[in-house]
Design a protein around this ligand. Structure first.
Ligand code: SF4
Length: 369
């Protein structure tokens, strides 16, 4: 009865129809999601998304004690939207030694962290064994650490330089200790935009095929979308639709992470997204990706305050302690580079949700009511 009253108050008949679909548990169409992007009624979109989120996750909001490691910023691809990847001769170029990386993993392990998230540039001098060997070294030294490593772009590159299929590469990484794959590198699937922002890296089909193969081999993965540069709303929905289709096929995605574009220092330039756009994108992804259990409000790109609001507009996960983020910071984000577990618990509590410390696979470790 309450829902009926709420629906009656929606003046726009298309929005009313979308609200009815949400309350009846029906899937939104491409046109529905586009309509939501064009509406000015953020409160309605956010409320619908939060309704759906609470059906799935109740009042829980997740975080993980983890560490991000970016072994090098040297990258052959030089994507126009990225200010992290540099050439080898650039004065900002760095490459960590194995000892430095293991020391960082050890620090995280000592503070109770059980996940390392490893992504970086694609250096011209790295061999296939560099990628596999790093996973093996970490797993051998810290067997109880979950190694979430290498984006689909890096796995595609490994396949190229080794001449091995995605399946073979993934099997060898799994054998070395790989547990999961992060979602980076999806950017935006639209060929039109990809040509302009990232012309050299793996294309949409290759990204999706790496994830499809990983799912087939029992390796869970995450999915992302970089928004707020040159793409249209229609291209955002098209991107999410391709992820939704693959999720219908495999069920192997754990979480969707909308990533706001940060322009500082990039060749592409442009403006930072507005908070309204950020919140609407989180909310619409919750509504459209009905087969994803989790939507992340990545505090590094959204900033803490917007991420807290996002936890009330469809998102149920803040990511983690991270400890040392370099990629989005190179592009100008003013967020901290990392947070303590206590800080994340407070952020979630202050957002009105119940903090749940999780592992990489969304199994609860501790609830902080
Ligand atoms: S986005 Fe990734 S692949 Fe592209 S330049 Fe940056 S580090 Fe390299």
């Amino acid at each position: 009865m309450q829902l009926d009253l709420l629906i009656e108050k929606i003046a726009d008949k298309d929005l009313r129809h979308i609200a009815e679909k949400v309350f009846e548990g029906k899937r939104l169409s491409f046109q529905d999601a586009v309509k939501l992007f064009y509406t000015a009624d953020l409160t309605l979109v956010g409320s619908l998304a939060e309704y759906l989120n609470r059906q799935k996750n109740g009042m829980f909001a997740y975080f993980v004690v983890n560490r991000q490691i970016n072994p090098t910023n040297v990258c052959i691809y030089q994507c126009n939207f990225c200010s992290f990847g540099v050439t080898k001769s650039d004065p900002r170029a760095y490459e960590m030694t194995l000892e430095e990386i293991l020391k960082k993993v050890e620090e995280t392990h000592k503070m109770g962290g059980r996940e390392v998230h490893i992504v970086g540039g694609i250096p011209p001098h790295w061999k296939y064994e560099n990628y596999v060997g790093l996973v093996r070294e970490i797993k051998n030294s810290f067997p109880d650490m979950v190694v979430k490593a290498w984006t689909a772009i890096e796995i595609h590159h490994m396949s190229k330089i080794s001449g091995k299929s995605y399946e073979k590469v993934l099997l060898e990484l799994k054998e070395a200790g790989l547990d999961a794959i992060p979602g980076g590198g999806a950017e935006i699937f639209s060929e039109r935009v990809r040509k302009l922002i990232a012309p050299y890296k793996a294309n949409a089909e290759e990204y999706l095929e790496v994830h499809r193969t990983a799912h087939k081999l029992g390796i869970p993965t995450n999915a992302t979308m970089l928004y707020g540069h040159l793409e249209t709303y229609e291209e955002r929905v098209e991107h999410m639709e391709r992820l939704r289709e693959l999720q219908d096929e495999t069920g192997g995605f754990q979480v969707f992470i909308p990533l706001a574009y940060w322009p500082e220092g990039t060749r592409l330039g442009g403006k930072r997204t507005s908070s309204v756009d950020d919140l609407k994108t989180v909310a619409i992804s919750r509504l459209f990706l009905d087969n994803f259990d989790h939507i992340k409000a990545y505090w590094i790109t959204l900033g803490e305050k917007v991420a807290q609001v996002a936890l009330n507009m469809g998102a149920d996960d803040l990511d983690g302690t991270i400890q040392e983020e370099k990629i989005v910071h190179a592009a100008g984000t003013k967020s901290a580079v990392g947070h303590t577990k206590e800080r994340l618990i407070k952020l979630i509590r202050d957002a009105g949700k119940i903090p749940v410390e999780r592992d990489t696979f969304y199994n609860p470790i501790a609830i902080y009511p």
